[in-house]
Design a protein around this ligand. Sequence first.
Ligand code: ZN
Length: 254
Amino acid sequence: MMAIELPPEILMIIFIYLTPSDLYTISSVCKKFRSILWPKTEISQHIWRKSRLHHIPFLNRSPPKLCTTTSGTEVMSEQQYLWLMIICEKCQFCEQKDKIKLTLYWEAKFYCCSTCLQKRTISGYKLIQGFPKVLIKFLNELPKMPGVANWEPQLYFESEAKRLLEEYNQVREYERDAWIERKESITKETKKEIKIYREFHSEFKYNFREVARKMALEIEAEDYEDKIMGLKEFKNFYCTQLATPSKFIKHTKV
Ligand SMILES: [Zn+2]
């Protein structure tokens, strides 16, 4: 008997013992497996959660409550959570595989490099031209954290702004005040949740040395922009001067 012919209740038991990566792979094997593993049902969440806790016991925190809808927030699916936390090993938009150059943005649910991120952010100045001012406070600013090169204040995620505007446009005019009030408390909660999970991901994915390397990348990008000698150039300059002291002395004499 082939695995595909097994009744769903037996398959579910087998699935629980597979790793999250295996679950991803087999969900693309056939329609039957996909129909069990892919939709966000109670059963699929149970399978993915069991697999997570069984194979990655350190990943014992449940998915964050981040997905906003007109009526409130929703818990992220186990599938998306596992994808962002462990399965995705390259930039979501390009082929960059160096994890030092990759950062997870819970705000937009991106795991990507700085170059790809830049193409997906929008400045407050540009945004305000076609965006109701009242909505700005509900957006997440690009966080200042290790690995975020070219950071500046009031940079927002374009996808988040677009989604928020769509949500706002669906609300009837006479319901807008109540919606804004509800949104204020949801935003507060979501921002708190993002902060917790940002730290959790950083500790889970990067060791101390890797965090330091991420910070060095960020400083180099900033210095490059400010036309300040980068860390590497500074090191080269310093070493050259030490290696040829006579040149240095000559200069100081003049
Ligand atoms: Zn990229």
